[in-house]
Design a protein. Structure first.
Length: 108
């Protein structure tokens, strides 16, 4: 190889290396921008979800309060009927529990 050919190859190699370095830098910048955008979107989604869960929890608390007030009112107005209903519900739950226990022990 001649000195001129060697110099030409070095110049071309240096140019190619510089282009590769610039391309890698652009790729890193693009990747960083996409990562920032994805993190921003994930953060926004998390904030929206937290707000929705908070609203649902508040609505549930309100509805539960309504049920509690209605139950207290019903018990105060009709105590005997309320006691009979409570006993019936308790008996139904116990019967269901016994059926489930028998099935479980019967399958072992």
């Amino acid at each position: 190889m001649t000195d001129q050919t060697t110099a030409s190859v070095r110049t071309e190699t240096a140019g190619a290396l510089e282009q590769a370095r610039e391309a890698a830098g652009r790729a890193l910048d693009t990747t960083a921008a996409l990562a920032r955008q994805a993190l921003g979107q994930a953060g926004q989604a998390a904030r929206e979800l937290r707000e929705e869960v908070g609203a649902a929890a508040a609505a549930s608390r309100w509805q539960l309060g309504q049920y509690a007030r209605a139950t207290r009112r019903h018990v105060a107005e009709q105590p005997v009927r309320s006691a009979v209903i409570a006993a019936a519900v308790g008996a139904a739950v116990m019967a269901l529990a016994l059926v489930l226990l028998r099935k479980r022990h019967g399958n072992d």
